[in-house]
Design a protein around this ligand. Structure first.
Ligand code: ADP
Length: 433
């Protein structure tokens, strides 16, 4: 394969009376193929005619083999780096970038030309650059590896959190010659960490509330047991009956709180069958559950004429309207013409549901508080303060939010909420039920 090339080269050297370097493969006497490097030079006589060519050759097979191995290793490194789900990079000892894999290009939208050299810092969040620099400097000082978290800008302009790791490659003298590293997308882990922190705080509050609020009926029972003892000693039948009445009521209240608490903790944890249900049927079922209080307060209920298909746990969905309706009837105050309006606005996942009443209303100061566990503003009506906490939990389980609108006492209250996840499959199915 090399013969023709070398022959042509020699011909041109002779013609130009010049000299040349060349590399080619030759077969040794034992038949083994070797690589040689050669240098040839034409010598001319006094009249300028080429008379001889003198040259030397060196066996460079070992160097060639090393070079080939290096090319193979480079190819291996590249295919490994390209197959990694992470961003892979390499820099010179001074931090000058010499390599990024395709993940970097895809994520940042920067070309390799734009990213090489100092271009690596372009997608870094400005607030993180100094930290990144310091972490690297520290690693340079220690000649060790480093890891740091920072935000990198995605091609669409959104920043996500990444874990950047770098490892130095050292020469025999322990000097850094290159840096190799990866960037791993940890945005989801970060989000989950934040959610977990929030959940822990919620759990702490929850435990505190439970221990605090469940104690109060127990305190009542203890107090009236003492009275009972005294009243029995006095054989005062009327007072004994009164004491027992308070004890029974406190026990009943505690039972109710525990049942509702149990229900509350089951939301999202114990899954029921997922079904398709028409919003109107869900509301009607809820109305049936609170028919007693609605009738006793003589509430006039208006329901919008709309067809909205929901997908979810039917019982949980019913609980939302059941609790809101129950409250609307319970907290009617002295409103003679108590009215509740149940309806929907918007479409698809953005649909807003509302339950509005013209009852006692809620002071804006308490608009957030009423959704907390056991929080009650009006203790004259029966209840445990768990209803709205349960509603909020169900709404959030369906990816939605809930808020109350009320100008204050005497102005009625309007609860508005969304349930985006109850539409995910319902939209695909269409309104064919
Ligand atoms: P409960 O109904 O057991 O008291 P909730 O969690 O359902 O507990 O409600 C918390 C508090 O919010 C109620 O005690 C009441 O003070 C207030 N509230 C709820 N709904 C209404 C409403 N429709 N109108 C006025 N106040 C309300």
């Amino acid at each position: 394969e090399d013969r023709e090339r070398v022959y042509l080269l020699f011909q041109s050297v002779v013609a130009e009376k010049s000299e040349c370097d060349f590399e080619c493969r030759i077969f040794r006497v034992d038949g083994l193929q070797r690589w040689i490097w050669g240098h040839g030079k034409i010598f001319s006589n006094s009249t300028g005619d080429a008379v001889k060519m003198l040259g030397m050759v060196l066996d460079i097979t070992a160097r060639k083999q090393l070079e080939e191995a290096l090319v193979d290793r480079e190819k291996e490194f590249r295919s490994l780096a390209e197959s990694m789900p992470q961003i892979v990079w390499a820099t010179r000892a001074d931090g000058w970038n010499i390599y990024f894999n395709q993940q970097w290009v895809d994520y940042t939208g920067l070309s390799l030309e734009e990213s090489h050299g100092q271009g690596w810092n372009k997608p870094f969040h400005p607030d993180d650059l100094k930290r990144a620099w310091d972490a690297w400097q520290n690693a340079v000082h220690n000649r060790g590896s480093y890891a740091m978290e920072c935000r990198l800008r995605r091609v669409d302009g959104i920043y996500r959190w990444w874990l950047i790791r770098g490892v130095p490659a050292l020469d025999e003298g322990g000097n850094i010659v290159k840096w190799f590293g990866t960037c791993t997308d940890i945005e989801d882990i970060k989000l989950n960490e934040a959610k977990l922190r929030e959940k822990n705080i919620e759990l702490e509050r929850f435990t505190y509330m439970i221990s605090h609020d469940l104690k109060s009926p127990l305190v009542t029972i203890g107090t009236f047991l003492n009275y009972l003892e005294q009243d029995l000693a006095k054989s005062d039948v009327d007072l004994v009956a009164k004491d027992m009445h308070y004890i029974a009521k406190a026990a009943e209240k505690m039972g109710r709180m525990l049942t509702e608490l149990f229900e509350f903790t089951r939301v999202g944890r114990v899954r029921q069958k997922l079904v398709f249900a028409q919003w109107r049927d869900v509301v009607d079922e809820a109305l049936g559950m609170v028919a007693g209080v609605i009738a006793s307060r003589n509430v006039h209920v208006d329901i919008d004429d709309a067809r909205v298909l929901l997908h979810g746990e039917r019982e949980r969905l019913v609980q939302i309207w059941q609790n809101l309706l129950d409250n609307a009837a319970k907290f009617g105050g002295d409103q003679a013409d108590l009215r509740v309006h149940i309806g929907v606005e918007g479409q698809g996942t953005a649909t807003i549901f509302f339950v509005c009443d013209n009852g006692i209303g809620i002071d804006p100061r308490y608009h957030e508080k009423i959704f907390l566990l056991f929080e009650r503003l009006d203790t004259s009506a029966p209840g445990t303060g768990l209803g709205l906490a349960l509603v909020k939990r169900v709404v959030e389980f369906y990816g939605g939010t809930i808020k109350v609108e009320s100008r204050g006492l005497g102005f009625g209250a309007c609860f508005r909420f969304t349930l985006p996840k109850a539409f995910e499959n319902a939209e695909a199915k269409g309104d064919d039920t």
